[in-house]
Design a protein around this ligand. Structure first.
Ligand SMILES: [Fe+2]
Length: 213
């Protein structure tokens, strides 16, 4: 079994996540500053623990046909180095739907993959890091995560959450545990989001993903 320190691209990717949550501003929000700090602490802990890289079966979903375009767009955005590392590793990603019931139209337009978490590939108990990919024009229906606080940082695409604003690459959105959120994506470009989840290990192990009504 490989360990993190023997897989430089996975290690570089964790450092990219760390940098993403370290550079830039929290916009004056104490809640976001605290979230970002705890994400960095968990990543530091992970790197020090030098966990195994679990060999998961790589898997695509229909939406992953948009991944190349998302990487192309991300290459000119603020998270371009992270995007380059992601592109090198993308052949290993396990794209999933996760939800107990996924609306049929969404199966063609949405998937996520985990970078670190209880199932790997980088084995972690106290944090989940991953990617969400949404096709142009997609509505990611309303959902929330019990006991899990979540942030999304965009690498590519224009998107909105709860019809509140339009976010460009580099923007960070923070969702408190249980807070309902619905994402829409502009109709010209796919949206690639990096996310971080913090929560109790038993909840991260079994997040019980369901859509709201
Ligand atoms: Fe979410």
């Amino acid at each position: 079994m490989d360990i993190l320190s023997e897989q430089p691209d996975w290690l570089y990717l964790l450092r990219e996540y760390h940098a993403t949550f370290g550079t830039g501003s929290s916009g004056g929000s104490n809640a976001i500053r605290s979230h970002r700090r705890r994400v960095r602490e968990e990543i530091n802990r992970l790197v020090q623990a030098d966990p195994p890289i679990l060999g998961r079966q790589a898997e695509e979903k229909p939406v992953t046909a948009h991944l190349g375009r998302a990487f192309d767009l991300a290459a000119t955005g603020p998270l371009n180095t992270m995007a380059a590392t992601l592109r090198r590793l993308s052949g290993y990603f396990t794209w999933e739907w996760g939800y107990e019931r996924v609306p049929r139209p969404l199966t063609k337009r949405y998937a996520y993959c985990e970078i670190a978490g209880p199932k790997g590939p980088v084995q972690a108990e106290r944090i989940i890091l991953g990617l969400v990919l949404l096709a142009p024009g997609t509505t990611y229906p309303q959902h929330s995560h019990k006991q899990i606080e979540e942030s999304y940082v965009s690498l590519a695409g224009a998107w909105s959450e709860n019809d509140a604003a339009v976010y460009a690459p580099g923007s960070l959105i923070f969702n408190q545990p249980g807070q309902a959120h619905r994402i829409t994506v502009g109709d010209r470009a796919p949206c690639l989001l990096a996310y971080a989840w913090l929560g109790p290990p038993e909840r991260l192990q079994a997040p019980g993903m369901t859509f709201g009504r």
